[in-house]
Design a protein around this ligand. Structure first.
Ligand code: GLC
Length: 431
């Protein structure tokens, strides 16, 4: 039986998109609340949000060419504006300036480019005063809000064919009042193979230990970690989301700090090395176009991922193989270990701690470089490398092993009965 969730690990890298009315103002996705705007004024943006340059096919092509395998679009953020036809709700793209369902175009764009489709949906909704007055202030309104959310999830899971990932946000401050179990049931009924951000729908396992996510008793959950690389306590595939710029997720016109190519590939190395996917956020402008510098970032990423595809897609994180990594990060795939080298050592590269016989070594993307491998006990030397790194950001060295890569006792000393068992170093100290 094919694994319906295998695509997630195969992809490893995805595009997160924050785009909505707030993109017109260029002050981040939370400007309505954080900028103390008048809700009645903010709502008028819906008459200007005509999205003239929105081309979902182009967005998806840019993502694919950057090496990404899926996209996740904010179909509704905390401001309550829906890019899709939300049942009985006028504050949405089909009923305002765009005059059409922008999520339908997004899904078509993803499919045309061969990308998996992710739907971001904010539970939190600032168009309902009960969000601010507290749930006891108006139980009827709270019920209307919860019902709307359930109806929206139903619509999103019914109207666009196959959805691959439902990505939730804004669970606070109402927590279980959203009735997440029912939301989970709706998704499973309508989209049986859809993955779900389990922690973002059901809450942190420590806080909600009885949720199906904490118990991990339903298939298809992923866990997520926001702007930090922290593995989930529940053993499911996981994802780190982070931003191409500095602070907010929606377009910020005065944020001139676009992460450099080095920062972006370091992010990828660290996430994948720990075994996570990287969901990298971009904030298109209100008109629907990507800022020029974001396009350049994507092109740079495309050059990197094309050279290094085999170390990325379908890889497993391998940073945990050795207790201490001095050169960068590691992934592995089958019998190959990939060293993501941030700190290039020149013509000879040394590392220690791999127990396998080595069949050969390669520089990814550089077939013209002949690497020879020398072994001296625990020490491995790769020779014949150029003095300067072929890729100044990260060069990936592939080590083809006999069997699945394994660490020697030295490499994994931490695993010997407790944190620091010094016995593996007995011989070494006398040598
Ligand atoms: C944070 C922000 C929210 C953003 C989300 C993306 O929760 O508050 O605005 O959409 O991160 O993960």
């Amino acid at each position: 039986m094919p694994d319906p969730y295998a695509w997630f690990n195969e992809a490893k890298f995805g595009m997160f998109l924050h785009w909505g009315l707030y993109s017109l103002l260029g002050l981040g996705e939370q400007v309505l609340l954080r900028g103390h705007l008048k809700p009645s004024e903010y709502r008028k943006l819906a008459e200007r949000f005509s999205a003239p340059n929105y081309d979902a096919h182009e967005w998806a092509r840019m993502a694919r060419d950057a090496g990404m395998g899926y996209m996740v679009l904010t179909t509704k953020h905390h401001d309550g504006y829906c890019l899709f036809d939300s049942p009985g709700w006028e504050f949405s793209a089909p009923h305002t300036a765009p005059g059409r369902d922008l999520v339908a175009e997004y899904v078509e764009g993803c499919r045309a480019a061969g990308l998996r489709v992710g739907i971001y949906y904010s539970l939190q909704d600032w168009s309902f005063p009960v969000m601010f007055d507290g749930p006891d202030a108006d139980p009827d309104e709270l019920e209307r809000l919860v019902q709307k959310i359930h109806d929206d999830v139903r619509a999103l899971c019914s109207n666009y064919g196959q959805i691959d990932l439902m990505w939730f946000d804004g669970r606070w401050p109402l927590h279980d009042l959203w009735r997440p179990l029912e939301i989970d049931d709706i998704i499973r009924e309508l989209q049986p193979d859809c993955m779900i951000t389990g922690d973002r729908l059901h809450g942190a396992p420590a806080q909600f230990p009885d949720s199906p996510f904490a118990r991990n008793d339903r298939p298809g959950y992923i866990a997520s970690s926001e702007r930090r690389i922290v593995a989930s306590s529940v053993p499911v595939p996981w994802e780190v989301c982070d931003i191409n710029q500095h602070r907010w997720w929606g377009y910020v016109k005065h944020d001139h700090h676009y992460k450099s190519a080095t920062e972006l590939v370091y992010l990828m190395a660290e996430a994948l090395g720990q075994g996570a996917n990287l969901l990298l956020n971009f904030g298109p402008m209100g008109c629907g176009a990507f800022p020029q510098r974001a396009r350049e970032q994507l092109e740079g990423l495309g050059r990197f991922t094309e050279r290094n595809a085999e170390a990325i897609h379908d890889s497993a994180g391998a940073n945990g193989l050795f207790e201490y990594l001095v050169f960068g990060d590691m992934t592995r795939s089958g019998e190959t270990l990939y060293l993501w080298v941030k700190f290039w050592q020149g013509e000879s590269f040394h590392f220690a701690g791999l127990s396998n016989e080595i069949r050969g070594a390669r520089v990814l993307g550089r077939d013209d470089i002949e690497v020879t491998v020398e072994r001296d006990g625990d020490h491995i030397y790769l020779r014949g490398l150029p003095e300067l790194p072929p890729d100044p950001d990260i060069t990936i060295l592939a080590i083809d092993c006999e069997g699945e890569p394994q660490a020697t006792d030295w490499g994994r000393y931490r695993l010997h009965g407790g944190d620091y068992d010094m016995r593996v170093w007995q011989d070494w100290v006398r040598s």
